[in-house]
Design a protein around this ligand. Structure first.
Ligand SMILES: *Cc1c(COP(=O)(O)O)cnc(C)c1O
Length: 360
């Protein structure tokens, strides 16, 4: 059975994208491949708002999230933790054998710039991780305020996860001064999983030169050396790079501003619908994500029951809460190719069955 994904990743993939993936494979050391990379790279850099290097990694985002830790941290990394993905990044830092500390906030709260400033001022750290859009709680931190704090500490390399916000709203890497910006393909880019992207500053590359134990597969300097020839260190997931090429065509023919406005409008429609029913947003309104909404299940909906019927009858799924928030929250993604019409279609379908599952 096929059904439409409104979970916050992986999300629905268009027929056009699937078709692009079926292009015949070329050798990854051939001119055909470097032409493909040369075609996607300028537009990819535009989406990152960077003039610096962008690398293609054949892995899900966790590969380069771990890789970034292994490339830029000599002394200690501060992991800002405010949800499931950011909490896990702390665990991953320790598993990489790094000195790591967590700066903790309650789930659903953004990363607080003042608390970050205070902790960085101890001088203990040479790297920091932040998740821009905590997908587990639908919480978006104020990246501009956080980056102004981090820029006061020249020794600190910033690693920012934009996995579920990239291309849903502008995140201007160079202007913000982000050193390492990582994202994946199966969230707002609406590509099947397996490809991830990292934009790396000169400062971060210089740091990498001084760090040992970078490994091979995610070594920034290997990525750099190969990208100078429009190549990747090892055989990449070529089919997904074709998918990316097709998706960039979609994005730039729609226009970036139109794309951002569409995501906002989709998001607003879902919020209005939920407020109309009496649901509350899980994070504070102004920190609510624009690519998904996470609501409190304050009406005590039987989420497993509702989700099962929605899937079976309407062939649609959304998410019934992540990790420790399972059953207590629900999340509806509005990323990728979704439009106000497709969002309303989902909401109408939910409305058709919701009364059966209320307050049980
Ligand atoms: C989905 C997600 C990840 C993990 O991505 P994978 O592709 O599963 O490795 C990391 N961070 C955030 C914010 C995410 O939404």
């Amino acid at each position: 059975m096929s059904y439409k994904l409104f979970i916050p990743g992986p999300i629905e993939v268009s027929e056009k994208t699937y078709k692009a993936m079926s292009a015949h494979i070329v050798g990854h050391r051939s001119k055909d491949f470097t032409n493909l990379v040369d075609d996607v790279m300028p537009r990819l850099k535009q989406l990152f708002y960077t003039e610096g290097d962008v690398y293609l990694s054949t892995s899900s985002s966790w590969g380069i999230m771990e890789g970034a830790i292994r490339n830029v941290c000599n002394k200690a990394v501060l992991n800002c933790c405010n949800g499931s993905f950011s909490d896990k990044w702390y665990d991953v830092s320790k598993r990489c054998g790094k000195e790591a500390a967590e700066l903790k906030f309650d789930w659903g709260k953004p990363v607080d710039p003042e608390a970050l400033d205070k902790e960085l001022s101890t001088g203990k750290y040479d790297a920091v991780t932040i998740i821009h859009n905590e997908t587990s709680t639908g919480t978006m931190s104020d990246i501009s305020a956080l980056m102004s704090v981090i820029r006061k500490y020249p020794e600190v390399i910033s690693i920012v996860d934009t996995v579920s916000s990239f291309s849903a709203l502008p995140i201007k890497k160079d202007e913000l001064g982000i050193d390492v910006m990582v994202t994946g393909c199966q969230k707002a880019l609406a590509i099947p999983p397996g490809l991830s992207f990292l934009a790396v500053s000169q400062r971060a590359l210089e740091r990498a030169e001084s760090v040992s134990g970078r490994g091979y597969y995610f070594d920034f300097l290997e990525f750099k050396k190969n990208m100078e020839k429009s190549m990747t260190p090892s055989t990449p997931v070529i089919s997904l790079i074709y998918a990316l090429q097709s998706k960039l065509d979609d994005i730039f023919s729609e226009g970036l501003e139109n794309r951002y406005a569409r995501h906002l409008e989709n998001n607003r429609i879902v919020r209005q619908w939920a407020y109309g029913h009496g649901f509350k947003l899980f994070p504070e309104e102004k920190y609510g994500s624009v690519s998904l909404n996470c609501f409190q299940n304050n009406l005590n909906v039987d989420l497993p029951g509702l989700l099962a019927e929605l899937k079976q009858k309407c062939h649609m799924v959304f998410d019934g809460g992540y990790g420790k928030l399972k059953g207590k929250t629900f999340r509806i993604s509005n990323m990728g190719d979704e439009t106000p019409d497709t969002m309303r279609e989902l909401l109408d379908n939910i409305d058709g069955i919701l009364p059966n599952y209320l307050g049980k």
